[in-house]
Design a protein around this ligand. Structure first.
Ligand SMILES: Cc1cc2nc3c(=O)[nH]c(=O)nc-3n(C[C@H](O)[C@H](O)[C@H](O)COP(=O)(O)OP(=O)(O)OC[C@H]3O[C@@H](n4cnc5c(N)ncnc54)[C@H](O)[C@@H]3O)c2cc1C
Length: 432
């Protein structure tokens, strides 16, 4: 009888101590100080663990799996695509010198009727990336937020994730690829990073979709900021919220402000008598810029503007330096940023290798670069190309049991070429 009374109390104490562990400030410390008393509900293991299923992470996972290693892809949302789907940016830019998996993704979108010009249907993109990952045997973990790392000396051992349905999970791996956009994993692992001063960080944008027939709505910004792929919907990248996206309260305020601005813009159209309806927004606010993880090489604006071709190049790009300024303007023609053309340039493998960590690669917009350089290669097709290279590099290191730093860039290039990724300037450009 006594035991029966004590049992619930005992269970409550265990539950409470688990909760205290979760909320304890010590939990937020670097993962080297990870508290082993946390209750881990599920454990998984892979050769290559990719964190973040945006354009970079999805391609990293597919490319690594194509190399024949076991891959787990961890994504906090319940679909892939990153900014392209979760942030409503369903438009490719800077696609001329990419090839490889980007071309294959385009083909698959076409098969589904999900692309027109460079505008794509976000739901088609979710399906294509999911199918391509699954076809190669990538194990996807949705609804899983990477919240820390387990580290031993200069190597990562595991990623700690929180899944709202199953609790805490641990994914062990040989090689890790941070494709979170913000470089969350690299920072938790202790890699150095840079971020622009608050007043120079590119503004955030909550994208939205309007039901709008015929032509284009007279919105605030016109250049590249509205697109459509069917006669009924217009996708709009129009709101502009300057803030620091790695401050949790500022990010929360930006989400609220983005929704207020969205409604204001729709109200304005309705007030002018247009037949318009708001179909959806977001889901998440779009982050153009946040941390840049410092790696073995920092790509600069000078490299970009001079069209530098590195021996260890893993991707090419020719998208302009596109820095959005924070000022808002209702004048459609107003200059709201720097938009400067660039020649074809290359991104070296060394930008994917964060300092201080042995078995980690970064991919996508958070690789090692200055703001100027990042403002050019941050686009989705190039992020896919960088991700593909990271996936191949991760798989080669896992197979050879060496650090990504020891992988010969030429072997990555050989695999990239097999996939059709463009690594050389077209002949006419080489003469210049
Ligand atoms: C408003 C806006 C407009 C843009 N316009 C264009 C355009 O017209 N054309 C174009 O090509 N590009 C455009 N871009 C740029 C482009 O969309 C991004 O730079 C690109 O998507 C970066 O890819 P990524 O994979 O590095 O990061 P992201 O696309 O941000 O993907 C990161 C992924 O990681 C996941 N993630 C993050 N943290 C965690 C975590 N801790 N645990 C688990 N998962 C996590 C996220 O949910 C996401 O799926 C725009 C961007 C913005 C914000």
């Amino acid at each position: 009888m006594k035991l029966q009374l004590l049992l619930p109390l005992f269970i409550a104490i265990i539950a409470l101590s688990q909760q205290i562990n979760l909320l304890s400030p010590s939990f937020m410390k670097p993962l080297s100080e990870f508290n082993a008393s946390l209750k881990i509900s599920f454990r998984e293991k892979a050769d290559v663990v990719v964190i973040g299923g945006g354009p970079a992470g999805s391609c990293a996972a597919i490319a690594a799996a194509l190399e024949g290693v076991k891959v787990i892809l961890i994504e906090r949302f319940d679909f892939l695509g990153g900014a392209g789907t979760a942030m409503g940016v369903s438009l490719f830019m800077g696609q001329e010198v990419v090839g490889g998996l980007y071309d294959k993704i385009r083909e698959r979108l076409k098969e589904l009727g999900g692309i027109k010009g460079n505008a794509y249907d976000p739901d088609a993109m979710k399906a294509v990336l999911y199918d391509m990952c699954r076809e190669q045997g990538v194990r996807i973990l949705f609804d899983s937020l990477a919240m820390g790392v387990v580290k031993e000396s200069t190597s990562l051992k595991a990623i700690l994730i929180h899944n709202p349905y199953f609790g805490l999970g641990m994914v062990e791996g040989k090689i890790f690829i941070d494709a979170t956009g913000n470089g969350d994993v690299a920072v938790a692992a202790g890699a150095p990073y840079e971020i622009s001063p608050d007043e120079r960080i590119m503004p955030l944008t909550l994208c939205y979709v309007l039901w709008w027939q015929n032509g284009w709505p007279p919105l605030w910004r016109n250049y590249g900021a509205v697109w459509r792929m069917d006669p009924y919907r217009v996708f709009a990248n129009q709101t502009r919220i300057p803030t620091n996206p790695i401050d949790p309260f500022k990010l929360t305020e930006a989400e609220g402000e983005g929704r207020r601005e969205t409604l204001e813009q729709v109200e304005e159209l309705l007030g002018k008598g247009y037949n318009v309806r708001l179909i959806s927004s977001g889901p998440h606010i779009g982050i153009r810029e946040s941390r840049r993880i410092i790696g073995d090489y920092v790509l600069t604006g000078e490299d970009v503007l001079s069209g530098k071709m590195f021996d260890d190049r893993i991707a090419l790009c020719n998208y302009p330096i596109d820095i959005h300024y924070q000022q808002k303007s209702k004048d459609l023609q107003a200059v709201t940023g720097r938009f400067e053309k660039v020649p074809i340039y290359s991104i070296p493998y060394r930008c994917l290798l964060p300092k201080k960590i042995n078995n980690l690669l970064v991919a996508g917009r958070c690789i090692s670069a200055t703001q100027e350089a990042m403002a050019s290669f941050r686009i989705q097709p190039t992020s896919m190309a960088i991700g593909t290279a990271a996936g191949i590099a991760g798989a080669l290191s896992a197979k050879l049991n060496i650090s990504p730093r020891q992988v010969d860039a030429r072997s990555i290039q050989a695999e990239l070429r097999k996939l059709g990724q463009i690594l050389d300037k077209p002949r006419e450009e080489q003469k210049n």
